[in-house]
Design a protein around this ligand. Sequence first.
Ligand code: TXA
Ligand code: MG
Length: 343
Amino acid sequence: MPEIVSPDRSSASIDRAVDLLNAGELIGLPTETVYGLGADANNPIALAKVFAAKGRPADHPLIVHLGGDDLLGNYAREIPDAACLLAEAFWPGPLTLILKKAPGVPDLVTGGQDTVGVRIPGHPVALDLLRAFAQENPSGGGIAAPSANKFGRISPTSAAHVASELGDAVSLILDGGDCQVGIESTIVDLSRGSPVILRPGAITAKQLELVLGCPVVSRVAVVKSPEESTPRVSGSLASHYAPVTPLTVLSLEAIAQKLASENAAAIVRDAAVLPETLRQHAATIVLADQPASYAHDFYRVLRELDARGYDQIYVQVLPETPEWLAVRDRLSRAAHRDKTEVI
Ligand code: TXA
Ligand code: MG
């Protein structure tokens, strides 16, 4: 199994992680959203290992993580005003920008497209690592890091999850504690003129619109089947982020009935209307009735329930409001297990 180390701020484990990246190896790293599987973004051999470890198709692009916006020009050839505004407002933080790529960015990073995804993560360990790595690699310095899960599975939100997902594919995992956000970053495409959200996340359309002063449309309001979705954006596959146990979204009343007769677990929201029988049931997990807190716990709870061997997981339907969009998106993908690509 991989070694899990908790770096203090001046730690030798950051140096070890940098050495591994320089040697073309993979590492597990914490971010504020979910844990990443990191590789030198300029080393095609290391990048190939990422796809092998995840079982991910090679035309699915990776996000390049940077320690500062001074490195943007190493990966993006055009930095529109909108990118500067969003970077200023939200970086370091859970926002990925899709920009026109700079020459020389490996095809394995871009999926062969003319664009590249970049973000500065808001996690002190990730930033320490990224800055140390950039010092030794001034013409690159980016760490390509998809979520550190097998393709189609739930993203890890703790170092232990990474170890159980990927085992010896990573020799070192930097432990930065539980991820604060708990779901993947908001992705905004700025490469085609007007901004488009490709994946909802903790940063909402409304927040982006306030900064940009223009409408930000979302391409992700409806979960598509794999046949309909754009092949290059793996997060847009309906089956993404699925637990092993079948998951169904139901009303509270329906869940109460199911739990009475089935070997099933329930995820419900903490509200006054929650029946006491359901609240007290041994197989019920009660999450906060607030999107940020719910997102923080959601993947961890799915993982825990998966390990308990239930026949079914029932999840209470979520509010149809914009604040819940990102969590609703992950929930509806988790429920599309029948379409999961088994790789
Ligand atoms: O929060 C996050 O973004 C996490 C942490 C580790 O930073 N990373 C993450 O990476 O979720 P990944 O690879 O699991 O998801 C990245 C998504 C994929 O759906 C990919 O297709 C999309 O970003 N993406 C990356 N580059 C792109 C590009 N040039 N054009 C369109 N989509 C892109
Ligand atoms: Mg992922």
